[in-house]
Design a protein. Structure first.
Length: 225
């Protein structure tokens, strides 16, 4: 039934110069509630919702394929629009979205807010706000250590720290900003850990792309207008 409702709604929306965003069938004690969400650039008006509702209602009465009692609702999806299908993600490119996903190999839900840049068949690329890069290292003894961030051209972006550390494991955080406090572009960076007894360079990806993000890991995605 849902597929049939979508076919009818798509036809009616096209005739009314609006787009179908989603169709939901809700169940209530009084019967089924058929909810049609419509949208267009600049938003839809009450008059457009009424027109679409009238046209859909007429077709449903003519075809009479719904056995149970039902009620019809037509509205805008609202300011926070849930992204369910690929077409929803595509329509939100270059817009702010909120993604809640299951972190790999961990029973933990993580929420990120950022700008949706690209949509691929099995993943998305997103510029995440306030992304942090964790830098971990272990020391065999009390020693002075310098940690710096470099871009892919080998240019120093920021000196994270140059100080004495005690023996053991340490964690530092880079907030994705340069020496002047400005956010750096997304991409590949390197952090260099130097001391008198060792020197190490590691690669990190700022605002990284999560593989199979849509199909495997996303629990909920919302387009924030």
């Amino acid at each position: 039934m849902l597929k049939k409702l979508e076919e009818i709604a798509n036809k009616v929306c096209s005739q009314n110069n609006v787009a179908l965003y989603d169709v939901e069938i809700k169940h209530a004690s009084k019967g089924k509630i058929l909810v049609f969400y419509i949208t267009k650039m600049g938003g839809v008006s009450i008059a457009e919702c009424r027109s679409v509702s009238k046209d859909i209602s007429r077709i449903l009465e003519e075809e009479d394929f719904i056995d149970a009692r039902y009620f019809l609702e037509v509205s805008s999806p609202g300011l926070e629009r849930e992204l369910k299908f690929k077409k929803h993600y595509v329509s939100a490119i270059n817009e702010k979205v909120k993604i809640t996903f299951l972190e790999n190999d961990k029973d933990k839900n993580v929420t990120k807010i950022g700008i949706l840049i690209e949509v691929f068949p099995e993943e998305i690329k997103m510029e995440i706000q306030d992304e942090l890069v964790l830098i971990s290292f272990s020391l065999p003894k009390h020693i002075k250590v310098e940690v710096s961030i470099y871009n892919i051209k080998g240019q120093k972006v920021k000196n994270i720290i140059n100080d004495n550390f005690i023996k053991g494991k340490h964690n530092l955080v880079w907030d994705g900003k340069d020496e002047s406090g400005k956010p750096v572009p997304s991409g590949i960076y390197f952090f260099k850990i130097e001391s008198e007894i060792f020197s190490e360079i590691r690669k990190c990806v700022l605002l990284k792309i999560l593989a199979d993000f849509i199909d495997a890991l996303i629990l909920k995605a919302v387009h924030i207008l």
